[in-house]
Design a protein around this ligand. Sequence first.
Ligand code: PL3
Ligand code: FE2
Ligand code: FE2
Length: 231
Amino acid sequence: MQQLVAQSELDFHSETYKNAYSRINAIVIEGEQEAHENYIKLAELLPENQQELIRLSKMESRHKKGFEACGRNLQVTPDMDFARQFFAGLHQNFQTAAAEGKVVTCLLIQSLIIECFAIAAYNQYIPVADAFARKITEGVVKDEYSHLNFGEVWLKEHFEESKVELEEANRQNLPIVWRMLNEVEDDAENLAMEKEALVEDFMIQYGEALSNIGFSTRDIMRLSAYGLRAA
Ligand code: PL3
Ligand code: FE2
Ligand code: FE2
């Protein structure tokens, strides 16, 4: 196992840090951009929630601008090609589901999986971030809880008729998250973030979300660990 960079040794201007940041920063910028587009798509699919979803999509573009400023502040150029590759799996699955009008799958991918991933990552990042990025990330993470909440509330209200699709969407998309975590592990470590802690935080958020929607403890155990051992 690689040694985690101690927080006291973090040098935000070192080449090692900036090199890792060029990919992590890009991932976050791309994630916020895709979240922006995904909520616009969801607004089309759910006309009765249109105003609310457009509001969320605007929050996502503000997040994107905030993280772009974090990269500029450290004089880092985000590696956007890497980031698009990083999100390609979830992106493709969201597009396919949207084209088929599968709103439950779209909500699971964006409002549960991606938001839980973001909440876990941002909470891990805040204590080890530079002062500028910490302030921005603290503001962003508060919003992400409200995005997660939108998905939870909608899916709770439609729980019985969504259950089968949720199970299938979880089975398709959760293994992608474990692969994404593996891909980002080394760079995250150079920012003093531990993969184990990211996984743990994600599992807690995602498990709580499934519970709020109406799944039993037994279902949550089965659903939230799906594909984890193969990762
Ligand atoms: C939705 O509102 C935002 C989607 C962003 C997804 C972010 C995933 C981040 C994974 C990378 C782990 C390191 C995080 C570092 C934080 C700056
Ligand atoms: Fe966001
Ligand atoms: Fe969000």
